[in-house]
Design a protein around this ligand. Sequence first.
Ligand code: XLS
Ligand code: CA
Ligand code: CA
Length: 436
Amino acid sequence: MNNFSNLPSIHYEGPKSTNPFAYRYYDANRLIDGKPMKDHLKFAMSYWHTMCAELTDPFGKATIDRSYGKTEPMEIAKAKADAAFEFMTKLGIEYFCFHDVDIAPEGSSFAEFQDNFHEMVSYIKGLMDQTGIKLLWGTANCFGNPRYMHGAGTSCNADCFAFAAAQIKNALDATIALGGTGYVFWGGREGYETLLNTDMALELDNMARLMKMAVAYGRAHGFTGDFYIEPKPKEPTKHQYDFDASTVLAFLRKYGLEKDFKLNIEANHATLAGHTFQHELCVARINNAFGSIDANQGDMFLGWDTDQFPSNVYDATLCMYEVLKAGGFQTGGLNFDAKVRRPSFRFEDIALAYICGMDTMALGLLKAHALIADGRIDEFVAKRYASYQTGIGKQIIDGTATLESLEQYALNAPEPKMESGCQEYLESVLNNVLFS
Ligand code: XLS
Ligand code: CA
Ligand code: CA
């Protein structure tokens, strides 16, 4: 099988089903708090991993054939798009995300790529109209081509900056034409290998210049969605400027970009930065910068970006807990930026991987909703900070307390009475909600 033509349509059959080609937890139209699961989760297919990745690694060649039964590059691109929309339709996935180079052959010059790209954007528009499938976000791949070896917006070579800008303009045009609600900047080469050859100040200023140009162009051409930065600390560069959510927020504020940009948080990037996925989502949420999610997971023993399909329900629950606390997705959604392992080379393995990922996130939603309804954790947290509701705590919050007034208070007060943090009890509450 060189495509998804033999794949059956996947439906919800409930937790007792042993049919591998069925959802056990994802019941698209089931209402949770009056909203269908599909609208809580807004699942999206990543075009690059799902349709393009050949499952190579630094030690081995492709294990999957991505020619979709064709030989000419544009024929392959069209057959690939047909297969993508067949896949999404059969799985009931309503959104997709793409890089410019995922959908069209690069050819031998930028001009040739642009022609191919325009033709493929119209082709994909036709498939979207036929199927009702929507674009979640678009982006430009400004990291794969050798011209970006020193970076794109942060390249030492101004011509490379110009090529990146040209790609971003076209990718933004496509995102607007296809009705995408987000546009992603992932700075795959925006970082450095050694400071010995790097003007960090100029590189960061230039990265902001490129983003400002994108905002100016997008807003002038009808893009009303959100721009996103996707943090990642390293890989492919040794140090990436968009290290983690907090670093990106500081960058956005320094350059006055915070109104147009939100964050696209990826699970595997969070763990590479030494944070939990929930931490990064929480940082985004409390700074009103929660935008979208790249759902996947890393391997706790590997220090690189393995982009595995999410299967850890514990993490999925804490992820969806943050999503619910943020009020749900607005422009964003859950994009499976995930790939099958190299030996899972059959097209049906890709479907089985999505079924696992979608069921995991669906279970996460159900359990996060149950955790909030249960109320014990929220109640504990509220009680833990109750000392800020009255007395000296209220003065600290109101801004009426000063160092001098607090000194007077401390001189006259008994030693503070400590309470337990109750971590183990709260972990048992979480387990109780997860497994009942
Ligand atoms: C790579 C990134 C990339 C972005 C889009 O690690 O996750 O796939 O999501 O360029
Ligand atoms: Ca990603
Ligand atoms: Ca990744």
